[in-house]
Write a protein that binds this ligand. Sequence first.
Ligand SMILES: Cc1cc2nc3c(=O)[nH]c(=O)nc-3n(C[C@H](O)[C@H](O)[C@H](O)COP(=O)(O)OP(=O)(O)OC[C@H]3O[C@@H](n4cnc5c(N)ncnc54)[C@H](O)[C@@H]3O)c2cc1C
Length: 375
Amino acid sequence: MTDGDRHGAIRDFGGLAGRAPRLIVRPASVVEVAALVRDAATTSTEVVARGCGHSSRGESLTDGVAVDMRGMATVHELSATHIVVGAGATWRGVLEATLPCGRMPPVLPDYLDLTVGGTLSAAGIGGASHIHGTQAANVIELEAVTARGEILTCSPTHRSQLFDALRSGMGRHGIITTATLRLIAAPERVLSCRAQYASAAELIAAQEKIGADHLSGQVKSSVFELKAVVYDQSRPPRGLCSIDVEELTFVEFADRLRPDVDKMIEVGEWDRPHPWGQVIVPAVHAAAFIEQTLSGTTEADIGLSGVILIKRFSPGPVPMLRAPSDAVLFALLRTASPGSKTAAQMVLANEQLYDRAHLVGGVPYPPIPEVTSAI
Ligand SMILES: Cc1cc2nc3c(=O)[nH]c(=O)nc-3n(C[C@H](O)[C@H](O)[C@H](O)COP(=O)(O)OP(=O)(O)OC[C@H]3O[C@@H](n4cnc5c(N)ncnc54)[C@H](O)[C@@H]3O)c2cc1C
């Protein structure tokens, strides 16, 4: 364990505020994590786990002890059915271990450079969540360090309360140190098809109707675009009027965001503030909610590299997410670019988005924990 002297302020992907931790540590074992949680408890110091820091509302920041989990990325066990991996491993690292055996986790995030502990703490919504639920719904077992510094394992049948508190708990109920994740067969190639719709209602209906292994939606210049991806098949999904079809290796498909991220870094958009506003709303209210929001949203509200996502999914048994069972993720992935609204105006718009979502039974994503203090 490093001592970590005094450091300057650190930021997250959101870039809205910085906080200067008293200590930054990068533990290499669960015993080290437990020791530092117990030490911090003696002085009532906040301890906050940090993966890649790609969350955007300051959730991974603290003035206390910042625990950089990326030192705990070891693959402990790998079989056809599961992988046991350190929570600081990225999904890229998980795939690098599983793909040579022809296996993969059922749900991958759009971007692979997020940690296992980070997305399980949010929930982890991916293109396959309409079939398999969130990533948090595909966990077999977790090892964690609790607020009292105990090292405990938990699963749906063993200490299930702790298991439910950790998944989608945003790190407020313990630090996940190891995760046992379900694996399924990985495809070698994919067929990625695009189709366009005139309204949110049609896009959301298509996401229910079209049978595909991966489904995601985006709003581009008032057009509602569906990406439907099938694994190891030569034909687009039945019933889809594709405007184009592309064949990719699975690795190219899984890492599809990398070129966009490289471009954002190159043009300076990656380092700008990202006041992302994301809500999960019941599918039955989603189209009206989205259309109403979009009618008051201009390019200046989203920024130069901003993206609007619409994804219908079933969260699975993840109580802390508090999401409806037939859900739609509506994500305004804003960048405070030059010439767009300011970051403060975007944050205000997000608060209004959360309030309006609440009125139709929706929730913010990632969740905003009710318990504000960390473990
Ligand atoms: C380009 C990009 C693409 C994204 N794509 C997706 C996507 O497809 N699906 C999706 O669901 N989200 C997506 N996100 C959002 C992202 O999943 C969440 O912000 C996620 O929490 C980030 O993971 P991280 O490793 O960076 O975690 P951090 O941002 O470091 O941490 C997030 C939260 O988890 C806690 N935490 C981190 N590690 C642990 C641990 N080991 N134990 C307990 N708590 C911990 C932190 O304290 C914090 O509260 C994306 C973000 C970006 C920037």
